[in-house]
Design a protein around this ligand. Structure first.
Ligand SMILES: [Zn+2]
Length: 268
């Protein structure tokens, strides 16, 4: 599932369409992403407008169009954005295709857990729901104090599980949460209420560090993270802890419904 850096990567795929007018909007009306808003409303809402800008917020994306139209996209499990040539022929999993003179902006999602919203605002700013999202992990508003207050609300929740809570950690997903716990050298199942103040500060710091590292490596070109991260070692069975001087075999188990990987030596 795309996490904040992968979402940022996909957002940029539509950059070639910035400033272009949407000449035609193709939709797959039966797709589940139109469960909240009919495809025809999206066609009417975006046709003829220009793509002006875009932003990400955790796992959410927002695209601004001229005259106050805002397209929100959530990639779900398998959604992706691509820019295709003008002669590209859409396939079944392409649920939304915005045609410009230079190419096609495509939202495809073969498992259809993605979500789409369209807001037409007349106040010149983004829609309410966007403004109400909690601070991003690299925002100024993600302060140590706000972070501590949030974590202390859930003393019984395992740290790893809490890191996946989008109300407190927007954009953190499964691999990032494992990476954060591993860098902290804290067992992922540690109940949040057992964390010391010093450890809580470290959670805040490392969450920001992993967010920055992920954006740097994946957000632009989707490069492979270095072998010094847990990332390259966590995906399949086997694998050893990449920490210098450790090399212990990694453990994997289900934690509150999510596969979790950790080093039993460093995170004991
Ligand atoms: Zn280790």
């Amino acid at each position: 599932m795309p996490e904040l850096a992968e979402v940022e990567y996909f957002r940029k795929r539509w950059d070639p369409g910035l400033g272009s007018r949407i000449d035609r909007v193709l939709t797959n009306p039966k797709a589940r992403i139109y469960r909240d808003i009919p495809a025809v409303a999206v066609q009417r809402g975006l046709g003829g407008r220009k793509l002006l800008g875009s932003a990400t917020h955790g796992k959410q994306m927002l695209f601004e169009f001229s005259d106050g139209a805002w397209l929100g996209l959530h990639l779900g499990m398998t959604g992706k954005l691509v820019f295709e040539t003008p002669v590209y022929e859409p396939v079944k999993s392409d649920h939304l295709v915005l045609e410009t003179a230079d190419g096609k902006l495509v939202f495809s999602d073969y498992r259809m857990f993605g979500k789409l919203t369209l807001d037409l605002t007349d106040h010149g700013g983004p829609p309410r729901w966007w403004c109400d999202l909690p601070p991003r992990t690299l925002d100024k508003g993600f302060t140590k104090k706000a972070h501590t207050t949030f974590v202390r609300r859930f003393p019984k929740t395992p740290l790893k599980t809490l890191l996946l809570d989008q109300r407190g950690f927007p954009g953190i997903g499964n691999w990032m949460a494992d990476e954060i716990c591993w860098r902290l050298q804290i067992p992922p199942a540690t109940r949040s209420g057992e964390l010391t103040d010093k450890q809580l500060d470290a959670v805040w710091k490392i969450t920001r560090q992993v967010s920055r590292d992920a954006l740097r490596v994946i957000g632009d070109d989707w490069n492979t993270p270095p072998n010094s991260w847990l990332f390259n070692h966590r995906w399949k069975d086997g694998g050893n802890c990449p920490r210098r001087g450790c090399g212990t075999g990694l453990e994997r188990a289900d934690l509150r419904g999510r596969t979790t990987c950790w080093c039993p030596q460093c995170q004991a």
